[in-house]
Design a protein around this ligand. Structure first.
Ligand SMILES: [Zn+2]
Ligand SMILES: [Zn+2]
Ligand SMILES: [Zn+2]
Ligand SMILES: [Zn+2]
Length: 325
């Protein structure tokens, strides 16, 4: 009994007498069927890779050289030391473990074992309930809806990842990003020397409305020979959700204006990807200087816009500029 308690912390009822050894598919399918309601909001009793223990099968499938999971062809030396195919191509035919000649031996037994494994998605702790055969797990994880988001801050190589609430506080506290509540905006971008495009590359403001967070990017970059300015919105959440919203941006002066209307892109799409696809308000340099007025020495752009929810359901909120926040 003690063993069961330490191994399966989340398991409230061990009364079905799950055998210690029968850990994989039997437990997972079992949980699917009978504990559904009991574990509806809690992590289910699925075996995590880290819980299998130091001699677990999963550990055997970790390449001892690079520690990545191994996929066929899995190789081994004459003494039985395994390694992944990427590492094999790098070690110049010497086993990294025993320094003997490596040869060209497949480890079919381990490949078969891997095939029989079922493991939870690695974002299990973030709420993903999915269980996968070993070989399709990685494919799912790359697209898992609950995988953490990358920090949306542009202009730095920030490696922070997390869920949306975490990233919002990270942007505010660590990147000192301006936070606004409301679905309309009116921003002035001023740059005293507009020739220095490289130094004016990006600005980010976060908007909070409809219970969601949006990143308004403004940047200058070089398009071919010409510097251009661009403003666009990204949604802090998944693409499916992003499609529920629209936004507009306007910039103008002297009786002319440019208007952009679009759907915010998810922050799953990198900032650079959105920029390079020109999915936003793109302002040519000449136009930008014209809109700035004055002697064309200074860039002074006033960008206004709003975010609204697309009315797919009757409860959708209608956003009237300056009235809702
Ligand atoms: Zn490796
Ligand atoms: Zn060896
Ligand atoms: Zn997942
Ligand atoms: Zn960051």
């Amino acid at each position: 009994m003690a063993a069961i308690e330490t191994e399966s912390i989340e398991c409230v009822s061990s009364l079905d007498g799950i055998e210690d050894e029968e850990i994989h598919s039997s437990v997972s399918s079992h949980v699917h069927n009978s504990h559904h309601t009991q574990f509806s909001s809690k992590p289910r009793n699925v075996l995590l890779a880290s819980e299998i223990g130091p001699t677990g099968v999963h550990e055997l499938l970790e390449c001892p050289v690079c520690t990545n999971s191994m996929y066929p062809p899995i190789h081994q030396c004459h003494n039985g030391h395994t390694l992944c195919s990427t590492c094999k191509s790098r070690v110049h035919n010497r086993c990294p473990t025993c320094r003997q000649e490596l040869g060209d031996i497949r480890c079919l037994a381990l490949e078969k074992v891997a095939e029989s494994l079922e493991l939870p998605c690695k974002y299990y702790s973030l709420g993903c309930p999915e269980i996968f055969p070993y070989y399709s797990k990685v494919k799912h994880e790359a697209l898992c809806n609950l995988r953490p988001y990358n920090c949306p801050y542009a202009g730095s190589e920030c490696v922070v990842t997390g869920d949306i609430p975490y990233l919002v506080s990270h942007l505010r506290d660590d990147h000192k990003v301006d936070m606004h509540t409301g679905c309309t905006f009116n921003h002035r971008y001023v740059k005293s020397n507009p020739r220095e495009v490289e130094n004016a590359t990006w600005m980010l403001t976060v908007f909070h409305c409809f219970g969601q967070y949006f990143c308004l990017h403004f940047e200058a970059f070089q398009l071919g020979m010409a510097p251009v300015y661009m403003a666009f919105l990204r949604f802090m959440g998944d693409e499916n959700e992003a499609r529920n919203f629209s936004y507009s941006l306007e910039v103008g002066a002297n009786g002319r204006k440019l208007v952009w209307e679009g759907t915010p892109r998810s922050i799953r799409d990198s900032h650079r990807k959105v920029r390079d696809s020109h999915d936003g308000l793109v302002i040519q340099r000449n136009m930008a200087l014209f809109f700035s007025g004055g002697d064309r020495k200074e860039l002074k752009l006033r960008v206004t816009g709003r975010i609204w929810k697309e009315q797919q359901n009757p409860e959708a909120v209608v956003c009237i500029p300056n009235l809702c926040s």
